[in-house]
Design a protein around this ligand. Structure first.
Ligand code: SF4
Length: 619
């Protein structure tokens, strides 16, 4: 039987400046496994972004509810008025989108979507696949509905991180246009599905495929099975060519230099190592529903991929897509990248416990921006979050980033269920020490389907988890009620938490303003810095609306301050400086902490000032 091509589609709202790594990896894997098979990867969201304007697209895509609203209004025009209200509600007060008529946003997206859908001969394909990640539900449903009117017999398969095991059977029940859903990692299941589909005329005749739930055999496939690669070395490099070809068709003013995504690993080693706790991994996290265990590529493979992809596509921006990098392998990869002497611009996500040595290697290699899993500044709360870190770890990594000139974009979770007044007080206290570093972003806790809080609600005093009410504005009542969806609501202490965390929210806003004002000038020195005179030290503490304060530390005081550049216990300090009386050391440390020049926690001390003249990492 002649092999029909396969179409893979990614609909709005992923980051427009990055090709879909999901589509690109599936495409190259399918072509490796099925020589001669044509796979068209349609990174359609890029066309949508260009049609809408990149800035507007970005602003809409930043929030789930604003993003999901646009296609929901196309799918269900009868509920457009309510959807519009939700769209407006979900935007920050400062958003320019408040000034734009909602219909004026929907119109160009609908036009470009319909134009694209009508321009493709869908009947030439043997299978149509969609990758559904966060914010892509309604857009995918719109595409499926429209394409099925043009090609009713084209079988549709969906997969992606949005599809938890609980979601799949109900989604297939609610949307009969979808024939198959992949549970977990896509490569092997999709490849086997392709193999089967080419031998049958009717998708109902497809036999059981591990990792695929078929709407024709739902009874036998609950709970859905998974099937994933044992070794990521089997993955060929992602094929981004369709995205770059599309970009090349754009008018010059709409072209840009994209960031290519590279996977070093799949899964999360912290999630794995915390497996004996109630719900392994961080309590709020549902990023690892797709994977079983933790796998990573060898450094050579990653390095080669980066070298080849950036050369092929003539770009130097690379984003590591890992939920959590393999530390040892990452060290080698960054060393190799630094050794290549190319001016890479790299982005990655890391844990707060990442060592200074690795951060320096990242900096050398070209890491500019990091997302660090800080999440809280209270050790009590970090325990509840099961982060495995302390407030001191967090302050330490913030300090390293400030010193190395790494942009640290991290979140502070507000309103986590079960946070106590004490957790909030501790946060407020520690914010006063963190305020000299780059500010964090306030993020209200949301309950993710499949997260430990969702799986073990009693442990977190959460009751009656259900789909978030906004889904019933976006989708028909029956769907919103029956299909378990990624963003959930719950009964518990939400109102109390909202009130409890209000002062923190206020402090975070102040922090942002003060930091921006003090560091506005590109030449502005760090807010808290020191200059070393070798037998004395001058610490400069900049203040908003006031002259800087200078502190001089001489002799042993200087030595103790520098010794505490890394967290040190009181015992260590006393042992290292035996000639100074314990009381004298204690009172010196207390004074340093009181002046916000040092941070202390649990009899451990960390000096907060960073060198005025950057050292190390060639910064
Ligand atoms: S938040 Fe990060 S470190 Fe924590 S479980 Fe999720 S992926 Fe792992």
């Amino acid at each position: 039987m002649p092999v029909k091509p396969i179409a893979l589609v990614s609909t709005p709202w992923p980051l427009y400046s990055r090709p879909s790594v999901q589509l690109a990896t599936l495409k190259s894997f399918l072509q490796q496994e099925h020589p001669g098979l044509v796979v068209d990867a349609h990174h359609f969201y890029l066309s949508a972004a260009a049609a809408l304007g990149y800035r507007t697209y970005h602003d809409i895509s930043e929030r789930t509810w604003s993003a999901e609203s646009i296609y929901a209004a196309m799918l269900y025009p009868d509920r457009a008025a309510d959807i519009q209200k939700l769209f407006q509600r979900s935007l920050p007060a400062s958003s320019e989108l408040h000034r734009v008529d909602f219909a004026r946003l929907v119109e160009p997206i609908k036009a470009v979507s319909d134009r694209f859908i009508e321009s493709v001969d869908w009947n030439r394909y043997g299978l149509l696949g969609f990758s559904i990640c966060l914010c892509q539900l309604t857009s995918t449903l719109y595409f499926i509905g429209r394409i099925k009117t043009m090609a009713p017999s084209l079988p549709v398969v969906v997969g992606g991180s949005f599809l938890a095991a609980e979601t799949i059977p109900k989604l297939l029940e609610a949307f009969p246009q979808i024939e198959f859903a992949v549970h977990g990692e896509g490569e092997l299941p999709l490849s086997r599905l392709v193999e089967q589909i080419r031998h049958v005329a009717d998708p109902a005749a497809v036999g059981s495929v591990s990792g695929v739930v078929s709407r024709f055999a739902m009874a036998g496939s609950c709970p859905p099975t998974r099937s994933q690669l044992d070794d990521l070395a089997l993955l060929p490099p992602p094929d981004f060519s369709d995205y770059f070809r599309l970009l090349d068709t754009f008018a010059p003013e709409n072209r840009f230099f994209p960031t290519v995504g590279v996977e070093m690993s799949r899964g999360c080693w912290w999630h794995k190592s915390a497996a004996n706790r109630p719900g392994s991994g961080c309590a709020f996290c549902n990023l690892n529903l797709q994977w079983e265990g933790y796998r990573f590529k060898r450094p050579d493979q990653v390095f080669r991929e980066i070298e080849d992809l950036t050369r092929q596509h003539q770009t130097l921006s690379v984003a590591f897509m890992d939920n959590l990098m393999p530390l040892k392998a990452a060290e080698t990869v960054f060393e190799k990248l630094a050794g290549s002497e190319k001016d890479y611009r790299l982005f990655c996500e890391i844990r707060a416990g990442t060592s200074r040595t690795l951060l320096e290697k990242m900096k050398h290699a070209g890491v500019v921006e990091l997302q660090i899993g800080i999440e809280a500044l209270s050790t009590g709360l970090l325990k509840k979050l099961n982060k495995g870190t302390t407030a001191m770890d967090n302050l330490q990594i913030m300090k390293h980033c400030e010193e190395l000139g790494l942009v640290n974009s991290s979140n502070l979770i507000l309103g986590f269920p079960g946070s106590s007044g004490q957790d909030v007080e501790e946060t407020l206290r520690n914010l006063a020490y963190a305020a000299i570093f780059r500010p964090m972003r306030a993020v209200d806790f949301w309950l993710g389907l499949g997260s430990p809080v969702w799986r073990y609600p009693k442990h977190y005093s959460v009751h009656s988890a259900a789909n978030h009410p906004n889904w019933s504005i976006l989708l028909p009542a029956a769907v919103a009620k029956q299909v378990p969806l990624m963003i959930q609501t719950y009964r518990g202490d939400r109102t109390i938490q909202k009130k409890r965390w209000r002062p923190v929210k206020k402090e975070l806003a102040e922090w942002k303003k003060t930091y921006a004002a003090l560091r506005r000038h590109p030449q502005a020195s760090p807010i808290l810095s020191y200059r070393d005179g070798k037998d004395f030290l001058i610490i400069r503490q900049r203040r908003l609306g006031d002259d800087p304060m200078n502190h001089r530390l001489a002799g042993t005081s200087r030595k103790i301050y520098l010794f505490c550049s890394h967290p040190r216990s009181l015992v260590e300090i006393l042992e290292t400086f035996p000639s100074v009386g314990a009381d004298q050391v204690r009172s010196f440390l207390a004074m340093m902490v009181d002046k916000k020049l040092m941070f202390s926690e649990d009899q451990r001390f960390l000096s907060l000032a960073i060198p005025a003249r950057p050292r190390g990492a060639g910064s």
